[in-house]
Unconditional design. Structure first.
Ligand code: HEM
Length: 141
């Protein structure tokens, strides 16, 4: 559960990302696939080296879903339910991949926002993204 202050920090960072979902998302995927190559096994249909267009397309979809989560911080489970079905039951993404994505997300934010991405904002985003990951992986059971 995020405090009012943490929510405000998540929303403040989102305001800086909104409108740039594709480029932030593409960089996130590029970092994920490069730093943790095992994650590419879920994206075999994109080929061994996904091209820029594929990264932008999927990156945009992924970040738009994060945007939906930001708008529904009070009700993540309902807002992300179809996406949770997809990741758990259809794609069967192992939950251990989510912390890898969260780590790369924070690096993307830090490298773009630099001093604007305060320690408190990182803590709030880590908590928020962990909440999203919990919802996206809990339908395994
Ligand atoms: C598909 C979001 C984490 C693998 C998707 C889609 C969205 C999404 C919005 C598209 C759904 C659709 O087309 O209906 C997210 C979010 C994540 C997350 C918000 C975490 C914050 C992960 C992780 C992996 C993964 C950790 C694996 C390493 C996939 C794959 C697809 C997918 C393989 C299908 C791609 C395709 O059809 O081309 N995800 N995802 N996701 N996701 Fe995720």
């Amino acid at each position: 559960m995020l405090s009012a202050q943490e929510r405000a920090q998540v929303a403040q960072v989102w305001d800086l990302i909104a409108g740039h979902e594709a480029s932030f998302g593409a960089e996130l995927l590029l970092r994920l696939f490069t730093v943790y190559p095992s994650t590419k096994s879920y994206f075999k249909h994109l080929g061994f080296c996904p091209d820029e267009t594929q990264l932008l397309t999927h990156g945009q979809r992924m970040l738009e879903a994060v945007g939906v989560a930001v708008q529904h911080m009070d009700n993540l489970r309902a807002a992300l339910s179809p996406l949770a079905d997809l990741h758990a039951q259809v794609l069967r993404v192992d939950p251990s991949n989510f912390p890898l994505l969260i780590q790369c997300f924070q690096v993307v934010l830090a490298s773009h926002l630099q001093g604007e991405f305060t320690v408190e904002m990182q803590a709030a985003w880590d908590k928020f993204l962990t909440g999203v990951a919990v919802v996206l992986t809990e339908k395994y059971r």
